[in-house]
Design a protein around this ligand. Sequence first.
Ligand SMILES: O=C(O)C(=O)C[C@H](O)[C@H](O)COP(=O)(O)O
Length: 208
Amino acid sequence: MQEILYKVGIVPVIKMDCVEHAVPLARALANGGLPAAEITFRSEAAAGSIRAIAEAVPEMFVCAGTVLTPETAQQAVEAGSKAVISPGLNLETVRWSIQHGVPVIPGTATPSEVEACMREGLELVKLFPAEVVGGVNMLKAMAGPYAGMKFMPTGGVKPGNAKDYLTQKNVLCCGGTWIVPMDLLEAGKFDEIEKLAREAAQLRDSVR
Ligand SMILES: O=C(O)C(=O)C[C@H](O)[C@H](O)COP(=O)(O)O
């Protein structure tokens, strides 16, 4: 999983409005150069969207986001999610995922949470909300004591600061919502979303 996420570099974080938009959205992202998506469990359409993408766009690394319980993790995995992602650290969800052989990326915002994840054997965590908890400076500070840990900063990552994040040696990839704005998704403007994905992919390619 780490290799795929490193190559993708920027993972679009998405709240789906309806299942019908899932496949054209996934195709737009993949065509734009971002073949990964974190579909958040913040809408009724999450599981159905993951299922539709997993079936119709197999080249997409489709993950579930905002997974707050083992029950949601199970729902996500049954739908075809390739990883379980959460904004915070929930050990029950982490342990359920490990037991079921599902890659899990919990959120951390403090050294204590990073250490708790290390004790579970994890090598990749989110930093959330990245900009609020110190951003790039926080990642630089974490690189000292936790040299083996990789981070996926998410929360406040934008085109203007994504390069600063991607060039940190402990950053595997970033997450962000700007690639799939809600208004473009609801209006079915997939060409415009593809353009935003292409711009993000170019930004990634300029530093990696
Ligand atoms: O729900 C999750 O699993 C999360 O980690 C939260 C999202 O990553 C943020 O909502 C990103 O929001 P932006 O700052 O707009 O990019």
